[in-house]
Design a protein around this ligand. Structure first.
Ligand code: KG4
Ligand code: ZN
Length: 350
């Protein structure tokens, strides 16, 4: 089985060809970092235009690298949401057109499901597992029990983890894109100089909050006045340490809940762009070890947005007989656990 996947929900334009056994035949990603740098953040209209301009060429490149014609694809998949609607429309419309041309099914993939299943591109990752999904738009803990079977144990009540990294980078003047910039600066800093709040740490449940931490950084920056490079590095390190502790604490609660429901499956998977952060992986690895869990993190390339994870999620759905009609409407919001029953009474938000 071969599936062509497209990803256009944020600021990466991507196309990939993946085989049914998980072999990635081609995985092409074009980052729009330079287009958005002057604005210090992703501008939806700029993103949509860039997707439109580059997607056709990237598809041709992915097929050429895979050494396969379009007609060899068993289905054409695209991210159907959630995300910036202009970009999602570009990917969905293109995938529908290609599916009509070759007469093969169209599959609309939930971007979050792409992240959630990306770990299964590596062999030996069986259901169920606990997933910590940390990206630019999301921060949630989910029990992944099968394809299309996700139970949310907790989520952020305000900012997403990646959003917090991006905002702090802007506040402190660390550069763009924010997440990797914070990690770079933090590596040179002293995390013990500024002890920042750890929102939600020690509280029951698995929810997250980052706005208090962001405000604490805002006040600290104001108090410091003109920042030296050492100040910047120390603030970055203090912030990253706070996030690491919070993620480890909330994941520890989730691991306890998950282990009670699935005593046989002790795996914590971390996915999404923020999972590219090695200091955070370290902290999560220690928390997992303490709980008797194994931490699995997809290769860095598969953590940030890409189309291989979209093609793979489509393969998983297609195998179970899933595909979508050409009347599928792009979904700016698309919760992964729509209507799922909570696991052991954990809070599920809309
Ligand atoms: O999954 P992703 O590529 O796009 C979304 O679906 O949101 O995640 C992007 C987010 C951004 O907020 C970015 O700053 C963050 O992931 N990120 C990082 C790192 N690399 C990317 N955050 C912390 N440390 C990193 N090394
Ligand atoms: Zn993503």
């Amino acid at each position: 089985m071969l599936i062509l996947g497209l990803e256009t929900s944020c600021d990466e334009t991507a196309a990939a060809v993946v085989a049914g056994d998980g072999t990635v035949l081609a995985d092409v990603v074009l980052s729009q970092i330079e287009e958005h740098r002057p604005y210090g953040g992703v501008v939806p209209e700029v993103a949509a235009r860039a997707h439109l301009e580059h997607l056709d060429r990237l598809i041709a490149e992915a097929l050429a690298r895979a050494g396969q014609p379009l007609s060899a694809m068993d289905a054409i998949a695209a991210t159907g949401g959630p995300g910036l609607i202009g970009g999602v429309m570009v990917g969905v419309t293109t995938a529908k057109a290609l599916s009509m041309v070759v007469g093969k099914p169209f599959i609309a993939v939930n971007h979050l499901e792409g992240h959630a299943l990306s770990a299964r591109l590596s062999p030996g990752i069986d259901f169920p597992y606990l997933l910590l999904l940390i990206s630019g738009g999301h921060c949630q803990l989910l029990a992944v029990e099968g394809v299309g079977r996700y139970r949310r144990l907790g989520a952020t009540v305000d900012d997403a983890a990646g959003e917090a990294f991006d905002k702090i980078a802007k506040l402190v003047g660390l550069g763009y894109p924010g997440g990797p910039a914070v990690e770079r600066w933090a590596a040179q800093g002293n995390a013990a100089r500024f002890i920042l709040p750890r929102p939600m740490k020690g509280r029951p449940g698995c929810d997250f909050s980052f706005s208090g931490l962001k405000n604490a950084v805002r006040l600290l920056v104001r108090e410091l006045g003109v920042l030296s490079d050492q100040d910047r590095a120390d603030v970055a390190a203090g912030f990253q340490a706070a996030v690491a502790e919070v993620l480890a604490d909330r994941s520890a609660h989730a691991m306890a809940l998950f282990a009670a429901a699935h005593p046989e499956a002790r795996r914590l998977v971390v996915a999404g762009g923020v999972a590219a952060n090695l200091a955070l992986r370290d902290a999560l690895g220690r928390a997992a070890e303490k709980a008797g869990f194994t931490l699995t993190a997809p290769p860095l390339r598969l953590c940030t947005d890409n189309a291989a994870m979209i093609a793979w999620a489509a393969i998983e759905r297609f195998r179970e007989g899933g595909s979508d009609g050409l009347d599928f409407a792009p979904r700016p919001r698309w919760p992964l656990d729509g209507g799922a029953v909570p696991l052991h009474g954990a809070g599920v938000k809309a």
